[in-house]
Design a protein around this ligand. Structure first.
Ligand code: ADP
Ligand code: ASP
Ligand code: MG
Length: 406
């Protein structure tokens, strides 16, 4: 019997009416003769509200307590949805992440799933019932509760799909599918009918919030096709899979953006490669994620290195740099806030060398200053002032004719 995993995000289960609507979509799949496992997010803005409650109680709450609190959000949805399905005469049972056998590493707030022991779920599905599983959570080997990081229910859904050997994993959400960029920002963004794992992974890592990056990574590793579909209307959505094309018709497939970036610069008196290695090791040891790194050493000039981090990490980064100043042997450091990153993504870029030039030309015509650049085979990112972020996305969307993409 065909098995499918259906995941419903926060907006798609935000209130009683939406939960009933999700129940209807699920029951349609059951009536098509499929075994259905459902993975749910917390209702609407519940996770944010729980975080605000915690902040009011203790601004420095332990990560363990935060996980205890946040994991309740998904459990509320799971039980309500199971009740809604059962109320229509179809057997349904809710499961917490750990009841569903989701085992994670021990890392509160951002744990990776290590395995899913799905016997219990598989038995329930085989008996004809619908399993409704709380996403975003699991348990470590010590029996401690862990959450997977914001947006992590997508990854729960993919992990469950692989464990029960489902043929498909459908991510139901509040937009029609994956667009060339966030349709809330660019009104003429186009919905893509399909996109490759690699392109989607880049877009998600570079700020497109529509899918949790780890969900795409795990799906790619197991070659599980993912589908992003609307929960509120009919529609085929977007399929994310390995895409083989003789020629890439569209060089740029999508644009992602991320605000609240900071550029730090470290200036030395003399060339100092040893210190350079130490800077990034020291930051990594302090769990500070460094993104773009730019270094230029010119004769007769003091060498310097610039790198970008997220705003949230600024205070800690400055603290670490100050504390380790003697060891890192630099002369001074400086930083610039109010920056954003805008990235164009497309696997056709590998064989089309003109793309970077076209990107910089379009930005320069719009008088948008570029502060940093970083490239890989399938993406080009630029750091621009935050005030220019929306315009940069619009300019590039138009430049690469993404309103015509399919
Ligand atoms: P859910 O609660 O269903 O998990 P999310 O809010 O996490 O939903 O993700 C859906 C949102 O992702 C959309 O409302 C949209 O604003 C945003 N988004 C960002 N980039 C894209 C994109 N390229 N395509 C579609 N949606 C995008
Ligand atoms: N509820 C969690 C969040 O808001 C997880 C999720 O929705 O995927 O981030
Ligand atoms: Mg999401």
């Amino acid at each position: 019997m065909e098995k499918v995993v259906m995941k419903f995000g926060g907006t798609s289960v935000a209130d009683e009416g939406r939960i009933q609507q999700a129940a209807s979509i699920i029951i349609e799949e059951v009536q098509r003769g499929k075994q259905v496992a459902v993975v749910v997010s917390a209702m609407g803005k519940t996770t944010d509200q729980l975080l605000a409650l915690a902040e009011g109680m203790n601004g420095n709450a332990e990560d363990r307590e935060l996980d205890m609190l946040l994991s309740t959000g998904e459990q509320v949805t799971a039980s309500l949805l199971a009740m809604a399905i059962a109320g229509r005469g179809i057997e349904a049972k809710s499961f917490t992440g750990w009841q569903a056998g989701v085992i994670t590493e021990s890392l509160h707030g951002n744990a990776r799933i290590e395995e899913v022991n799905a016997e219990k779920i598989s038995q329930w599905l085989a008996s004809g019932g619908v399993a409704v599983i709380a996403g975003f959570q699991g348990m470590d080997e010590q029996g401690e509760l862990m959450t997977l990081g914001r947006g992590g229910s997508d990854t729960s859904a993919v992990a469950v799909a692989i464990a029960i050997q489902a043929g498909a994993c459908d991510i139901y959400t509040d937009v029609e599918g994956v667009f060339t960029t966030d349709p809330r920002l660019i009104k003429d963004a186009s919905k893509l009918s399909e996109i490759s794992y690699d392109e989607m992974l880049e877009l998600a890592n570079l700020g497109a919030g529509v899918l949790h990056p780890r969900a795409i990574e795990v799906a790619k590793n197991h070659q599980l096709p993912l589908r992003v579909r609307p929960a509120h209307t009919e529609g085929q959505g977007t399929i994310i899979k390995e895409v083989f094309q003789m020629e890439n018709v569209q060089v740029v497939r999508g644009i992602a953006f991320e605000d609240d970036i900071v550029r730090l610069t470290i200036i030395y008196d003399t060339p100092n490669n040893g210190s350079l290695a130490n800077v990034f090791t020291t930051l990594a040891e302090n769990h500070i994620n460094v993104d773009i790194i730019v270094q230029t050493i010119m004769d007769e000039e003091r060498p310097s290195v610039s790198f970008s981090i997220k705003n949230d990490d600024l205070a800690q980064t400055l603290e670490v740099l100050e504390k380790e100043k003697a060891k890192l042997a630099y002369k001074k450091s400086d930083f610039e806030v109010g920056l954003a990153k805008v990235s164009i993504v497309g696997s056709g870029m590998v064989s089309n060398p003109g793309v970077a030039g076209e990107m910089f030309d379009a930005l320069s015509k719009a008088e948008i200053p570029v502060k940093m650049v970083s490239t890989s085979e399938i993406k080009i990112s630029v750091v621009v002032p935050s005030v220019n972020m929306d315009e940069a996305v619009a300019v590039l969307h138009k430049q690469f004719a993404l309103q015509l993409a399919v």
